[in-house]
Ligand binder design. Structure first.
Ligand code: NDP
Length: 241
């Protein structure tokens, strides 16, 4: 049997593409989600991938589901921290609730998911942790003080853990997607999409979730053992423009 891989937010968008790609590469994949049962059920049936509902902002829920997965399938050797949300507002209008929701899922979620699997990875001498951050954590974005802060935090978290895991066979890397064609983008008005987004992406299009997924599959593989603490940009050149 292949290694066990857990993908948070693995039932829609980028995470669904990651879960499918890892399954295609031979991993035993479990996909997590927060509340959209219909999407999760459809994803699970279409791809024959088990799904579980828990909130990554809860340490207790993460610990309980990871323990159950390890009991069912064996040790989690690949963890993809992909679950993420936006609660955009200009800072002068941002509420504490918007700040805390984004921090809870996008930053605390990484601690909550990684801490329960870390000791086992250290003991076995192997682990792959791949964190999905964002270009907006690298460069900041208007209306996203919460999201940019959390996503920048993901990068710092990955680098510190990469150092701690290096002698234990654990690699920790971050992927920073640019704009990817998912439900998260569906909330953006067409005029903003054309004038403020596509106009600034040198390749002239959104990325596809599968383009991030292929990167994850490589980072999870034995071939990527020398890559750790990296921040990989996948943004169609946007960061250069
Ligand atoms: P989607 O909105 O399409 O899907 C989000 C997934 O995360 C869903 O499966 C959702 O579950 C799950 N989720 C959300 N909150 C929680 C939570 N608290 N606990 C557990 N699961 C949760 O997102 P994308 O695919 O667009 O984004 C995936 C990641 O990539 C995110 O971290 C995002 O910030 C990042 N990213 C996305 C970009 C883009 O252009 N799309 C650009 C750069 C980064 P449910 O279906 O139940 O709601």
């Amino acid at each position: 049997m292949g290694r066990v891989a857990v993908v948070t937010g693995g039932t829609r968008g980028i995470g669904a593409a990651i879960a499918k790609a890892l399954k295609g590469a031979g991993y035993q994949v479990v996909a997590g989600y927060a509340g959209n049962d219909a999407a999760a059920e459809a994803f699970s049936q279409a791809n024959n991938i088990p799904v579980r509902k828990w909130d990554v902002s809860s340490f207790e829920e993460c610990s309980a589901h990871l323990a159950a997965i390890e009991k069912d399938l064996g040790p989690v050797e690949v963890l993809v921290n992909n679950a993420g949300i936006t609660r955009d507002a200009m800072f002068h209008k941002m509420t504490l609730e918007q700040w805390q929701a984004v921090m809870g899922t996008n930053l605390n979620g990484l601690f909550n998911m990684t801490r329960p699997v870390w000791d086992g990875m250290r003991a076995r001498g192997f682990g792959r942790i791949i964190n999905i951050s964002s270009i907006n954590g690298q460069k900041g974005q208007m209306g996203q003080a919460n999201y940019s802060a959390a996503k920048a935090g993901d990068i710092g978290f990955s680098k510190a853990l990469a150092l701690e895991g290096a002698k234990k066979g654990i690699t920790v890397n971050t992927i920073c997607p640019g704009y990817i064609n998912t439900d998260m983008m569906a909330t953006i008005p067409e005029e903003v999409m054309q004038k403020q987004i596509l106009a600034h992406i040198p390749v002239g299009r959104l990325g596809e979730p599968e383009e991030i997924a292929r990167c994850v599959v490589f980072l999870a593989s034995d071939d990527a053992g020398f890559i750790t603490g990296s921040t990989i940009t996948a943004n169609g050149g946007q960061y250069l423009a």
